[in-house]
Ligand binder design. Structure first.
Ligand SMILES: Nc1ncnc2c1ncn2[C@@H]1O[C@H](COP(=O)(O)OP(=O)(O)OP(=O)(O)O)[C@@H](O)[C@H]1O
Length: 272
């Protein structure tokens, strides 16, 4: 499978520029976190990459074809998209929703449905209807709907936002691990998890791509402070690196992160 590429993509709606001249080339494998402040254009970029939003100008390529020219069924098989917000037309059960997700990507398989329900901790909820699920349970159903297809490309918009800490950790570790064999692009607000677990970070601010770099390199980059409008103190802890928002962006931050434990499962270095 060839990579996913956004080439000079601009999105305008009602006179507003949501995304300006953004180019991004994504490889066949890897874990990529898209970060940035509220309204930066993260969801817009993800929707463009998923073919859910048509760019005003520029193109998105899936392999050597424009994404818009890829038939819906094939797109569903190659590219899994987990939206930030979703509400099904019918109040279906968890099993039926996951089956629906599988049908979008090709022939439904009972094994794939069961595996997705199990791996997202939904076994006890499989007969429960959407309207009777909590926010976090719904988020796990959305992921199961996409993961049941096992697409080579996963695009997920804040999939851990409403999850409790145990499920969020498990989710982020699963997504990072998935990036070793497939492409996994995730919009995230949790910078600490993004920097600890993801290989590459794409930073957006006010509709522009500000930085696109390996997590190790971007962690020290002051463009992060400028984009979020705070001064980060870079902390080294036994659990990995942490960004602590400490005040005005002009304040000088201290430094020295240890290794990233989530990425390779290695023990983190001790604090320095
Ligand atoms: N249909 C639309 N018409 C006009 N403006 C829009 C439209 N959709 C989104 N916007 C605006 O575009 C900007 C980018 O929105 P987007 O949802 O991509 O941001 P985001 O980085 O994902 O934000 P958040 O972190 O708050 O989820 C926001 O200011 C939003 O209000």
């Amino acid at each position: 499978m060839s990579p996913l590429v956004a080439d000079d993509v601009t999105v305008e709606r009602r006179g507003a520029r949501l995304l300006a001249g953004t180019s991004l080339a994504l490889p066949n494998t890897g874990s990529v976190a898209i970060v940035g402040p509220n309204g930066a254009g993260k969801s817009t970029l993800l929707r463009v990459l998923a073919g859910q939003t048509a760019p005003t100008s520029g193109t998105v390529l899936l392999g050597d074809r424009p994404l818009a020219a890829v038939p819906a069924r094939e797109r569903g098989r190659l590219l899994g998209y987990v939206p930030q917000h979703f509400s099904p037309h019918w109040d279906l059960s968890v099993t039926d929703l996951v089956r629906l997700g599988v049908e979008r990507g090709g022939a439904p398989s009972i094994t794939a449905i069961d595996a997705a329900i199990e791996s997202n901790d939904l076994v006890t909820l499989r007969r429960r209807r959407w309207s009777a699920l909590s926010g976090g349970e719904r988020a796990r159903v959305l992921l199961a709907m996409v993961l049941a297809v096992d697409p080579p490309i996963l695009l997920a918009d804040e999939p851990g936002a409403s999850l409790d800490i145990r499920h969020r950790m498990a989710l982020v570790e699963m997504l990072a691990a998935r990036g070793r064999e497939r492409l996994c692009v995730v919009v995230m607000h949790d910078l600490d998890l993004a920097f600890r677990c993801f290989e590459r970070i794409v930073l957006l601010d006010r509709g522009r791509l500000v930085a696109d770099a390996p997590a190790d390199a971007l962690f020290e980059d002051r463009r992060l402070d400028a984009a979020f409008g705070v001064a980060f103190v870079r902390l080294a802890t036994e659990h990995g690196r942490l960004l602590q928002a400490a005040g005005a962006p002009t304040r000088k931050a201290t430094t020295s992160p240890p290794s990233a434990p989530c990425r390779d499962g290695a023990e983190p270095e001790s604090s320095r």
